[in-house]
Design a protein around this ligand. Structure first.
Ligand code: ADP
Ligand code: MG
Length: 349
């Protein structure tokens, strides 16, 4: 092809063409396009784009790889978080993706973009948080990259391992399966709202902590995988509705969720009326709870409740898997059925 074809005007017209409008297709539309364009060719790739982590097989073992980015002004604000918690959270968001596969996290690399006026106390506190979280989950830092940037950018790539046969994917849910979620939902989103609007208020610390220092469900994810309790799993990072829809899409099924069964914390119930008329709004659409959402056939109910009991974690049955044509349905407390029109936050939209 001649160079003329790629003249400045031509490139400009291509990138401003509405066909290329990111806002239109959103984050998930873009990932879909990339996935079509970039299929993996190596036979060791068991899972490429499309799950919480990629999976590469090595004999009976599987290597898990995941990456997540935190950008100042998008994912966090220096006004309401501190460097120690930020360091912890940068690792936690990645740990949660390994948990969602039922794997064991092992090693990580970190790349930082930092403004030149950042204090050294910021970086040392950041690394203290990172180190404490790394110790807690027995993961080692192997390296990274550092660059000047106008805003703080943190990108971690975390490697993990798992047994090939026990790993769990977003695909695998079957019609008739139950839908379960661990812990409670909506706390992190409500914590963020409180931080953004009012700052720390007496009695809201529990919600704010869930936003700033969530807990990745590593042990639970491993136990679910080891005991072969589930058919599919994902972590709730973007919100219950969005993450359920990812699991449904990958599995080629639909689902029904009963709103009144969605687990809400005491603090969430107390504070949500000040921020929303709808009790479930943030539990359905708010992200960053980092709970595990999974499907399992009804005969596993007892095993799952025994597992929840032994780990001291609550696990709630919130729905059931339907045929794909049924889509994602929600049932209100009064029994009325509806299909959500907006699932939650999506970048570019
Ligand atoms: P999660 O919320 O679990 O981190 P994402 O929604 O970010 O998952 O990503 C879904 C899938 O798309 C993953 O397999 C991820 O690796 C992949 N992905 C996300 N962004 C890109 C990108 N820019 N290029 C290639 N793959 C991507
Ligand atoms: Mg995830």
């Amino acid at each position: 092809m001649s160079l003329k074809k790629y003249s400045k005007e031509r490139i400009h017209s291509r990138i401003t063409d509405t066909k290329y409008d990111l806002q239109k297709i959103g984050e998930f539309g873009l990932i879909k396009r990339i996935r079509k364009q970039m299929t993996a060719s190596d036979s060791a790739v068991m899972q490429g784009i499309g799950d919480d982590a990629a999976v590469i097989t090595l004999g009976n073992k599987a290597v898990l790889v995941t990456t997540d980015i935190l950008i100042e002004g998008i994912h966090f604000d220096r006004l309401w978080t501190d460097p120690y918690r930020l360091g912890k959270k940068a690792l936690i968001v990645n740990l949660s993706d390994i948990a969602a596969m039922g794997g064991t996290p092992k090693y990580f690399l970190i790349s930082l973009g930092l403004p030149k006026d950042l204090s050294l106390s910021f970086t040392s506190l950041f690394y203290r948080g990172l180190k404490d979280e790394a110790r807690r989950f027995c993961v080692d830092l192997l390296g990274g990259d550092t660059s000047l940037s106008q805003r703080i950018v943190i990108s971690i790539c975390l490697l993990g391992e798992g047994k090939r046969k026990s790993l769990l994917f977003r695909k695998g849910a079957r019609v008739g399966d139950d839908l379960f979620v661990s812990g409670t939902l909506g706390d992190a989103a409500l914590g963020l709202k409180i931080l953004q609007e009012k700052g720390l208020m007496k009695g809201t610390t529990g919600l704010i902590e869930r936003q700033l220092s969530p807990c990745p469900r590593i042990q639970l994810g491993q136990a679910i995988a080891k005991h072969r309790c589930a058919t599919a799993m994902i972590d709730v990072s973007d919100g219950l509705l969005i993450d359920t829809s990812h699991l449904l899409e990958e599995s080629g099924v639909g689902a029904r969720i009963w709103e009144e069964r969605i687990p809400l914390s005491r603090l969430y119930r107390k504070w949500i009326p000040f921020y929303s008329k709808n009790l479930y709004q943030m539990a359905l659409g708010g992200g960053e709870d980092y709970e595990l959402l999974f499907t399992a056939p009804p005969e596993k109910r007892e095993k799952i409740s025994a597992l929840a009991h032994s780990l001291g974690t609550s696990i709630t049955r919130i729905g059931e898997i339907l045929l794909q044509k049924e889509g994602l349905q929600l049932i209100r407390e009064n029994g009325k059925k509806y299909s959500p029109t907006r699932l939650g936050f999506e970048h570019f939209k």
